[in-house]
Design a protein around this ligand. Structure first.
Ligand SMILES: [Mg+2]
Length: 260
């Protein structure tokens, strides 16, 4: 961590810019003020079950216009990483995710296996193919490792359970691409051509945004919206470089810290 000038801000979405279906007071103005300050912006989310277009559509619904290259998801991180590695990738992902990864080279022998939301493609052959590639030495990448997700009718099996099946059978470990992985913050910073030490991560979650950001070497700002109250009760808060009542106070803080 440094106390130097800020060149980029990585913003969490849920709980930071909006919560429970409503935009946080002052969030739209705060993002506009950050743009005026001239800092680079990335909007970070771990979601792998909605496309970038759907997420940008939701943000637009809250009055937040986000350019395609400003949205940073595990899918974007995976595409960057696999392209840079010249990877041959076995994809165990949904049709929608596969379509969002047009540069992926899906040819054996596989150097990588990518697992993400795969609820419309998962069957024994697909899972076995992932296992066999990892067993043969391919690196296993996971878009996220949630155990289950919630819907109106209750809990449903999530990506982490599929990842666990492959790691269990192959005796391998997965490299996870979403927050709090150091990779994720580093790739987001690299997409802005800014060193992590000149980036600030802003979020409501002490475990993903703050702990992950600290480990990756970024300055961290925890907002007291979203999950904050729950996490404060659990004794998880108080580790960020700075706390703000909400994202509305962010431009003032960045001005104080100085823009590089
Ligand atoms: Mg959040």
């Amino acid at each position: 961590m440094t106390g130097g000038a800020v060149r980029a801000v990585l913003l969490d979405l849920e709980g930071t810019l909006y919560a429970r279906g409503a935009v946080i007071d002052g969030a739209v103005e705060a993002v506009a003020a950050l743009r005026e300050l001239g800092v680079g912006l990335r909007f970070l989310t771990n979601t792998d079950s909605r496309t970038a277009e759907q997420i940008r559509g939701e943000l637009a619904g809250y009055g937040l216009a986000v350019a395609a290259q400003e949205l940073f998801t595990p899918v974007v991180a995976a595409a960057q990483l696999l392209t840079a590695a010249g990877a041959r990738t076995y994809p165990l992902v949904s049709r929608e995710l596969r379509a969002a990864l047009p540069t992926l080279v899906d040819e054996p022998p596989y150097s990588h296996v990518l697992i993400g939301d795969c609820r419309d493609t998962l069957d024994y052959a697909a899972l076995d193919g992932a296992f066999r590639a990892v067993r043969d030495g391919a690196v296993l990448l996971a878009l996220q490792t949630g155990r289950y997700f919630k819907r109106a009718d209750g809990d449903h099996l999530d990506t982490g359970a599929v990842v666990a099946a492959v790691t269990y059978a192959a005796g391998a470990e997965a490299r996870v691409l979403g927050k709090p992985a150091t990779d994720f913050f580093e790739l987001a910073a690299r997409s802005l051509d800014v060193p992590v030490t000149a980036c600030v991560v802003v979020g409501d979650d002490a475990t993903t945004d703050i702990a992950g950001g600290r480990t990756a070497g970024l300055r961290t700002v925890q907002v007291r919206t979203g999950k904050y109250a729950d996490q404060q009760a659990e004794g998880l808060t108080g580790r960020a470089s700075h706390e703000l009542d909400s994202v509305a106070g962010l431009p003032g803080l960045i001005r104080e810290w100085g823009v590089g």
